[in-house]
Design a protein around this ligand. Sequence first.
Ligand SMILES: *Cc1c(COP(=O)(O)O)cnc(C)c1O
Length: 468
Amino acid sequence: MQPKTIYEPFRIKAVEPIKLATRQERQRVLEKAGYNLFAVEADDVLIDLLTDSGTGAMSAAQWGALMQGDESYAGSRSFYRLEGVVRELTGLEYVLPTHQGRAAERILFSILAGSGKVFLANSHFDTTRANIEYSGATARDLLPREAQVPSTILPFKGNVDLAALERSIAEVGAENVPLIILTVTNNTAGGQPVSLENIRGARKIADRYGIPLFLDCARFAENAYFIKTREPGQQDRSIRDIAREMFRLADGCWMSAKKDGLVNMGGFLAVNDPDLAAKARNLLILTEGFPTYGGMAGRDLEALAQGLEEVTDENYLQYRVRSIAYLAEALQQAGVPLLLPPGGHAVYLDAKAFLPHVPQSQYPGHSLACALYIEGGIRTVEVGSVMFAHVGPDGKEVYAQNELVRMAFPRRVYTQSHVDYVVEVLADLYARRHEIRGVRIVEQPPFLRHFTARFEPIAPETADLASV
Ligand SMILES: *Cc1c(COP(=O)(O)O)cnc(C)c1O
């Protein structure tokens, strides 16, 4: 028998109580927070789907590994364990630990970027783009047109457009392209996977023009699982084997270990080029720490080494990807509009379609996120005009292409009944969607406004749900 129930492939050894607040309490909390979910205290949240970054649960083996941490300043045993694990996985020679992904990015792009340089990727993650642009260089996303439509179902919607990649290289000149980057899975595109065929294609182009290929590999294991289950001819391979091939097609990688590293803090940069490694090591010493600990404690190096061994476990990945797909299927049955297909770490609600009566000037994504919190205590994040709108040449706001609400799942934290509860709340909210009102911004900083802006509901005279 092939069971339909998604049973979590773990038992729970330590539990953390969740505070059960009333709807009225949450209404007060949100008002006090200026209708910004980033300003809500985590204790006031029932199900926290704000991010999957650093929010996962470690295994008993990882907690055990913490006690094995060697806190020596130089030559820590824990570093050599991590180095061994990363080398086995990636085949890359030089391994530099960093306190998180963006520290590796800052080091790498301080060396390779600068004005006139153009980086080409399937999609650059926000911090990657920010580090590239800070140096004066350009970050160009090359997602195929068909992959940019929210409702189009494709198995590898995170792929880079290989023809556009070659065109871009021809246009800007290979000497101005320091790296080709593949983000796996493609976070900005909704956690969508990149196929092995696409990575191989990028490798061929990299070879043809003599440009190194790097993976931004925060979710490499989820990506490998999609390859195994969706790509022809890959079904009989182990996840580890597929992941090893993905990395062996690259000249280097960096990782935010807060995702598939299964740790709460950490990252690394790994490369084959000895000159690049030497330059990176010097910068590492300048801002992160001595090369055998980077920005990490010895115990954290141990936990990460253990996490990188565990994350390619197929039972874990099946539970992970199935629970996300299960949520998406249940929501679709309730008619809730989504970005399709669901990615590896999150389900995205299509707020434009969910709230057609809320214009973009009233931030439908943000309005929906507020309603989800008040109704169900569920914290999500708007990925739409609050985050991405900019001021156009005429001084008017130019709105984002899509108004999405991201529900990102922490790893190994929530169970199927938590997911069922989220479905219940959303189905109810969708049935009463006409009661949800828009919001206006009352206070905002000059940049990255989604973190600290304050909002107020429009039409507060109608009570209850209408007040969001
Ligand atoms: C999270 C993330 C980063 C940045 O890593 P931090 O650990 O948050 O600094 C870079 N790239 C991708 C694809 C990510 O998901």
